[in-house]
Design a protein around this ligand. Structure first.
Ligand code: ADP
Length: 650
């Protein structure tokens, strides 16, 4: 601590926790080819900080003194080999410094620790963990941050050389509020060039900095300033002199306000990365201007991969909201329904009132109109994508399809739109199918769209419920996402065709003519097995509510089906896994027997004791063949063993 600095307190040194140490280790050693992106990360943070200040000042004008310029400044120094990034943003108070800088971006720490192995092999994943600030350690031996929160007079100096510890001390920031980050640059910062060689990158070099700002941060809304030296001829003496001038390095033109035709794909990608801190390129972008009831511009993206925290509670969705170019808030949830939460981007409205509070936003009629517009644009984009670039759409579907499907049960007004965007696995092809394509393949005699729900694709593919449908060449959709149970409740018809579960009672696959033809046989079978089925029903009364003759089996002796209005077995399983609803078995199902199976001829001749045991074996087999567990495996094994022994004795 220097003697001359007033208002300073004792310097405190603390250790980073183990996860941050690991993270730093990776940041320092593996992110080799992309070191220069630290500049984008730090400028992004600075720009966010000014946005926040500007927003606060909407309700507290005193925060920004009249003559204060809001800007980001780069200050390179060749002699000391340092680079400073200085902003007049909101700054941080001491608690925020420890909270934001001392720990890795929030719950990211945990996710990072879990994904560590994968991360090591794919350093580009790190970007998704919000290492933002830590990227400074890729190029610097020592990072010093001096920050002071607007409206306070307590500053904090934070310093670390990335070796596992950091220090903090209080010190007033001479310039007042804002943040200065000083990077003591490494002696040699090298990067891989395209031909595989190494080139030295000097981050104190004016030209390097200028081109990096152009490349990564041109659209930042606040001026990025740098004092530059240029050779100029003195008009009087005609002698060339070095002049120091302040230069703005970015055009500051909000990307979304430029005409789409003039924006290069790289610019859209860079902007996405600036917005989301995701280092990967997005799968798609949509840029449009709405006119009519309300005027706004939107630029949104679909990421190519799920964000790392997508499944976590703290995943925040929504679009960033600007009003006449002024940043209002990040992740405005009111602009997107939750089932489109994979969409990232922004809305800039011309009509919303600037002093709208975040709370009032929800009730604003205009917000509802904007949201409607966006939702419909997302649907039309997806539809178009599906029609024009199936391969890419399928990649998107594999990442975010389960999320999109949630719209069916949660937003009945949009079912018509969403149903066209759905893709399914099915019996008919290896690939994915739309409902439209399914219908186009339907046999003339086929009346309905058939589906089966289940936990795993492999199990439903083998399911005995498919036997008769396969024989008839009727296609069946495989629905194996948990959300599908809710989807099938919300989507009962497509065009004029019913969607029918093949695991429910009353499945009728035969045409009227076929039914007539089989009538006599069926009648005879019903008569022949009536007594047997009655006995089986009594034996299994604890487990099933009825025993009937099946239409859907050709090889398997038995299967269990749910009543028309009962919950499917899969749904019961999902609910009990979620700790909700009835445990398995509370809603009894119906046992269907295959009248053509020889087992039942044998069973007619069995004595009561045998019949009891065999009924139990068959019930257990039905459970096993649908991928379920059985209530008493030990007893089941014993029954089978007894059966084997008795067959040997005959
Ligand atoms: P991210 O930006 O993804 O949240 P960072 O590690 O880059 O992650 O930053 C963590 C937090 O530290 C930021 O969310 C912000 O609150 C704070 N922060 C970083 N840089 C600045 C800055 N220049 N001014 C004010 N706050 C900052």
């Amino acid at each position: 601590m220097s003697e001359s600095t007033k208002n300073t307190t004792e310097k405190k040194t603390q250790s980073f926790n183990a996860e941050i140490k690991q993270l730093l280790d990776i940041v320092i050693h593996s992110l080799y080819s992309q070191k220069e992106i630290f500049i984008r990360e730090l400028i992004s943070n600075a720009s966010d900080a000014i946005d926040k200040l500007k927003f606060e000042s909407l309700t507290n004008a005193k925060l920004i003194p009249d003559n204060k310029k809001l800007e980001i400044r780069l200050a390179p120094n060749k002699e000391t080999n340092t680079l400073q990034i200085i902003d007049t943003g909101i700054g941080m108070n001491p608690e925020e410094v420890t909270q934001f800088i001392g720990t890795i971006a929030k719950s990211g720490t945990k996710a990072f620790a879990q994904m560590n192995k994968e991360m090591k092999s794919k350093p580009e994943l790190i970007g998704q963990f919000g290492v933002g600030f830590y990227s400074a350690f890729m190029v610097a031996d020592t990072v010093t941050l001096h920050t002071q929160k607007a409206g306070t007079d307590i500053g904090t100096i934070w310093e670390s050389n990335g070796d596992g510890t950091y220090s903090t001390e209080s010190a007033v920031r001479p310039e007042g509020f804002g943040t200065t980050i000083t990077l003591k640059l490494k002696k040699h910062n090298t990067e891989k060039t395209e031909d595989g060689n190494e080139a030295v990158q000097d981050f104190t070099d004016e030209w390097t900095l200028k081109s990096l700002v152009k490349k990564y941060s041109d659209f930042v809304a606040w001026p990025i300033q740098m004092s530059t030296s240029t050779e100029k001829e003195n008009p009087e003496t005609k002698v060339k002199e070095t002049v120091i001038e302040d230069q703005t390095l970015n055009s500051q033109k909000a990307l979304w306000l430029r005409p789409a035709t003039e924006i290069k794909p790289e610019e859209y990608n860079e902007f996405y990365q600036h917005l989301t801190h995701d280092w990967q390129t997005p799968a798609k972008h949509v840029h449009f201007k709405a006119e009519g009831t309300t005027e706004f511009t939107s630029l949104f993206y679909f990421p190519s991969k799920k964000p790392w925290n997508y499944q976590m509670k703290d995943y925040e969705f929504g679009l960033n909201l600007y009003i006449k170019r002024v940043f209002i808030m990040e992740n405005c949830k009111d602009l997107l329904p939750p089932y489109l939460r994979f969409t990232k981007g922004l809305v800039d409205s011309n009509d919303l009132s600037l002093n709208v509070s975040r709370e009032l936003l929800q009730q604003d009629r205009l917000v509802t109109v904007i949201r409607k517009n966006i939702v419909s644009k997302i649907f039309s984009t997806l539809k178009d994508w599906l029609n024009k670039d199936r391969t890419e759409y399928e990649k998107f579907w594999n990442e975010f399809g389960t999320t999109l499907k949630e719209g069916i049960p949660t937003d009945p007004t949009q079912v018509e739109k969403i149903q066209d965007l759905l893709l399914f696995q099915s019996t008919n092809s290896d690939g994915l199918t739309t409902l439209e394509e399914y219908v186009s393949r339907m046999k003339p005699v086929q009346k309905e769209i058939y589906f089966i729900t289940g936990e795993r694709l492999e199990t439903v593919k083998q399911s005995p419920y498919l036997e008769m449908l396969k024989q008839k060449n009727f296609e069946v959709l495989f629905l194996t996402d948990a959300v599908d149970e809710w989807v099938t409740q919300g989507l009962t018809k497509f065009k004029d065709k019913n969607l029918v579960s093949i695991t429910k009672e009353g499945l009728s696959l035969d045409s009227e003519a076929e039914q007539k033809e089989k009538e006599t046989v069926k009648k005879a079978q019903t008569e022949r097995f009536a007594g047997l089925m009655e006995k089986m029903k009594t034996n299994l009364s604890e487990h099933v509510k009825d025993v009937v003759i099946s239409d859907r089996l050709t090889e398997t002796p038995v299967c269990l089906v749910s009543g028309q209005n009962d919950m499917s077995a899969n749904m019961q399983k999902i609910l009990s896994q979620m700790g909700e609803g009835a445990p398995r078995g509370e809603t009894k199902r119906i046992l269907e027997i295959n009248p053509n199976h020889l087992i039942f001829e044998a069973m007619i001749k069995a004595d009561d004791e045998q019949l009891k045991n065999w009924s139990e074996i068959l019930f257990n087999q039905a459970l096993l063949s649908e991928g379920n567990s059985i209530p008493n495996p030990v007893r089941f094994s014993k029954l089978i063993a007894d059966l084997m022994i008795s067959s040997k004795n005959h």
